[in-house]
Design a protein around this ligand. Structure first.
Ligand code: M6R
Length: 594
């Protein structure tokens, strides 16, 4: 977590840094700060959002600086714990993203050596170590300091009297934006879209010395050339475009996301990835690993692939897999991560690769760590997703999974044609769900007063229920739980009653009847029921207190339209409760810690 930025050039650093930080707030937003090089170093920071800090600041003069927006790991959000963190002399300032595992030992050592550390952060040891090792060479002092640190330490350091920034990447992303006699550093591309489309992705272990005229990168003590990439995302992609929140804009972008993602896959004559097992015998079994919403996409993928390709698929949460999962070289694995930077997902990739397993990544971010570690990458074309709640990237992941499975589908040619036709119809069907927004918003307003809500689904819509509950709890702070429809009676029924509504996802397949039975059992326990179902299913509608309809669709694709309806439901419930929708409390977009 945390967003870090750096600037060196001819512009006023203060406004560049604050502008870039504002675009990185999805990574963390409990406090923020900047340090600007003037005669010495001027640090301004507080436990406030970037806009509030910007408003409170008087103009600073320097044209070189660093900045940080924080998602607290060590020490509560407060002014003293906000970054930049400085050394004793106030001549060295550092912003950091990651966790220093041995910081306690380092703090004690530094204290014994006479350093006074003021914050509770792990980060503060870095400027003090640089101070300790500084003997006239700033770069060498940073290199030496990093040798003492265990853990993840993507960081940028600034020193009074030095017209350069020194940056290091370890275990979380850092890019350099190349300008005309100016250079930028940032955790992620959206921060830099206003300034440049030329970027260099740093690799783990890289140390970069950046000045206005150039960049030098070293890895393991040796100079190394890192390729420059052109960014295809536009400035508008990372703006709200007239919507009140990024989340709403991103929900509305989904017909376009499906079209763009499919267009790219269709253009390629080959399957987007080879599912053939290591023995070359055709797909045998598959392991899917992911976290959060991406894990829910993976679960839908399990139903898609098992249903079409008829092979066993295991889908596990990456973090659980990292501790207990068994894997063999014969496994083929899919790791799904929209950001491509989630630590738990990246650890899974490393574990899989160590076991000799071939890894296919599905990600939305070109050049992300996952894409560089995996054997093959399938990109979703969702464009930058700014809202912490994942929506359009989830849909992009589903499209990738459908397209991945189709070439291997064990179905006759007529059914295959039917499926491809239905897939191409998805943008239109999703648009129809979006056109029903006002009705969904109306129901959302009626649901917004409850404090506990269950979501149920069955078969391929079971993960849709999980995702619906995650979306709702994440942005509205209502306690929501997703359950397999048949499981609710094995315990959670004890919580049902008139103050605990249940959202039931009903699909037109063999799960329809059992879900209707569950709805009747739930109604008998007086819980209000919101049914999400296809248009025209009047019998099911009669059972419900609230109804949201989606267009009729092949059940295999029902997760797509159902998820969009539940995204809108969550959005409008959160809006009714006046929640900070794009930046929910305690969360961050990209979870780069364990
Ligand atoms: O970038 P990733 O797909 O790896 O992120 C995984 C989760 O952190 C993410 O999906 C999270 O659950 C979202 N905030 C959900 O909306």
């Amino acid at each position: 977590m945390c967003g870090i930025v750096g600037y060196i050039g001819a512009r006023k650093a203060q406004s560049v840094l604050l502008d870039c930080l504002g675009k990185l707030e999805y990574r963390g937003y409990d406090s923020c700060g900047i340090a600007v090089l003037n005669d010495g170093i001027e640090v301004r920071k507080d436990a406030v959002r970037v806009k509030a800090l910007a408003k409170a600041l008087a103009p600073l003069n320097g044209t070189t600086g660093i900045g940080h927006t924080r998602w607290a790991t060590h020490g509560e959000p407060s002014k003293v714990n906000a970054h930049p963190q400085c050394d004793c002399t106030g001549r060295i300032a550092v912003v950091h993203n990651g966790v220093i595992n041995n910081f306690q030992k380092l703090r004690e050592q530094l204290a014994e050596e006479g350093h006074t550390l003021a914050s509770q952060t792990d980060t503060e040891v870095i400027p003090h170590l640089i101070e300790k090792y500084y003997d006239g060479d700033f770069v060498k002092a940073v290199e030496r300091a990093l040798k003492d640190i265990e853990g993840s330490y993507t960081m940028i350091a600034l020193m009074a009297g030095e017209s350069r920034l020194v940056a290091a990447r370890k275990d979380s992303p850092l890019i350099i934006g190349i300008g005309d006699r100016e250079n930028f550093l940032a955790s992620d591309v959206p921060a830099l879209l206003d300034y440049t489309s030329r970027v260099i992705y740093l690799e783990d272990g890289d140390i970069a010395v950046v000045n206005a005229g150039g960049v030098r990168v070293k890895n393991n003590g040796s100079p190394i050339v890192r390729e420059e990439h052109k960014i295809l995302w536009s400035v508008e992609d990372a703006q709200k475009g007239g919507y009140e929140h990024f989340m709403l804009k991103e929900i509305h972008e989904q017909p376009r996301v499906i079209r763009d993602t499919l267009a790219e896959y269709i253009a390629s004559a080959e399957p987007i990835a080879d599912l053939t097992a290591a023995g070359g015998t055709g797909p045998e079994d598959l392991l899917i690993l992911a976290c959060g919403t991406s894990y829910h996409a993976g679960l839908v993928g399990k139903y898609i692939i098992e249903g079409l390709v008829k092979i066993p698929v295991r889908c596990e949460m990456a973090d659980e897999f990292n501790y207990a999962g068994q894997v063999s070289a014969r496994n083929k694995a899919l790791v799904i991560t929209q950001s491509g930077e989630t630590t738990d997902a990246l650890k899974a990739v490393k574990k899989l690769k160590e076991a000799g397993c071939e890894v296919i990544a599905i990600t939305n971010v070109v050049g992300s760590t996952a894409s560089r570690l995996a054997d093959r990458t399938i990109y979703t074309r969702a464009g930058p997703e700014i809202s912490v709640a994942a929506t359009k990237t989830f849909l992009g992941q589903l499209i990738a999974l459908y397209w991945l499975a189709l070439p291997y589908a064990r179905v006759d040619i007529r059914r295959l044609d039917e499926l491809v036709r239905e897939l191409r119809q998805l943008p239109v069907k999703v648009q129809q769900v979006l056109d029903n927004e006002a009705a969904i918003a109306d129901i959302a307003r009626q649901m917004a007063g409850y404090e506990n809500i269950f979501f149920i689904g069955k078969g391929i819509n079971y993960p849709v229920a999980l995702e619906g509950a995650l979306k709702l709890k994440e942005i509205s702070y209502i306690h929501a739980e997703g359950y397999a429809a048949g499981e609710l009676k094995h315990g959670p029924f004890a919580l049902l009653g008139s103050r605990t509504p249940v959202v039931a996802v009903v699909a037109q397949d063999n799960t329809c009847e059992p879900v209707i039975t569950s709805i009747k059992e739930i109604k008998a326990r007086r819980s209000p029921v919101l049914v999400l179902m296809s248009e025209g299913d009047d019998d099911t509608a009669e059972l419900a207190d609230f109804v949201i309809t989606v267009p009729q669709i092949d059940p295999l694709f029902s997760p797509v339209v159902n998820s969009v309806a539940l995204q809108l439901l969550a959005y409008y419930v959160a809006k009714q409760r006046d929640c900070p929708i794009d930046f929910p409390r305690n969360l961050a977009k990209s979870v780069t810690v364990e």
